[in-house]
Design a protein around this ligand. Structure first.
Ligand code: SAH
Length: 219
């Protein structure tokens, strides 16, 4: 098996994923491409799905949730403009894959998940992988994380009917929030919201399809 083991194929698949799904669709940020090449996405899915880990679609995580399509993770990460040392809040830990990508960019990551088994397995997985700059919370993330606010960046990886008010309040100035927002369940427009000099500026980008953001300020 020497030299032809599955690990080598996975690495090649990951490189192909970055080239064909991410670079080819216009994500050019070299840091984002580097971390997408580095983080072993196949370790964030259940064993039976490992052969599909680098394919161009979301995958089920159990509990009705999904790990987002690789391109969508890369696109949202590029829109966030993460720099080392920034405090980044993620709503919807899921598998922990997006949190690992943010940590690899040097961010201090705060991630909130409401489904206990997902929260627990993501925390175990990321701790075992050696990530030290990720903090985890089991809660309704539409309330943010007031004790740790303000955050320079926020990314919401589930789709809700509106931008949760507590997130805007906990966003630093300057700050940036990337979030999919309705019109309906299962279909959202990706929004980039900036806070600058006390003003909120929102820009609406393309259509995406995330699982529901539920909770006090969700569906
Ligand atoms: N970022 C994840 C993908 C998440 S899927 C990854 O990289 O794997 C969306 C996640 O958001 C699900 O795990 C879901 O349980 C969670 N979620 C939905 N509403 C939430 C809320 N109000 N607070 C926290 N997590 C929420």
């Amino acid at each position: 098996m020497n030299g032809a083991g599955p690990r080598i194929d996975l690495k090649r698949n990951r490189e192909r994923m970055v080239r064909d799904q991410i670079e080819a669709r216009g994500v050019a940020d070299p840091d984002v491409l580097r971390v997408m090449r580095r983080v072993p996405r196949h370790l964030f899915v259940e064993e039976a799905l490992i052969p599909q880990a680098y394919e161009d679609h979301p995958l089920p995580l159990g509990h009705g949730q999904t790990i987002s399509q690789p391109y969508v993770v890369a696109w949202m990460t590029a829109l966030l403009e993460v720099a080392p040392g920034l405090r980044v809040l993620e709503i919807g830990t899921g598998s922990g894959y997006q949190a690992a990508i943010l940590a690899e960019l040097g961010a201090s990551v705060f991630t909130v998940e409401r489904v206990r088994p997902l929260f627990e397995s993501a925390r175990e997985r990321l701790t075992a992988m050696g990530y030290r700059k990720i903090r985890f919370k089991l809660d309704d993330g539409t309330l943010g994380w007031p004790e740790e606010a303000p955050f320079d960046r926020m990314v919401v990886t589930a789709g809700g009917p509106r931008i949760p008010e507590p997130l805007l309040a906990q966003l630093a100035d300057p700050g940036r929030l990337v979030i999919p927002v309705g019109p309906s369940r299962r279909s959202q427009a990706l929004h980039v919201v900036r806070k600058e000099n006390g003003r909120i500026l929102a820009r609406k980008l393309g259509e995406v399809a995330f699982v529901d953001l539920v909770g006090a300020h969700g569906w």
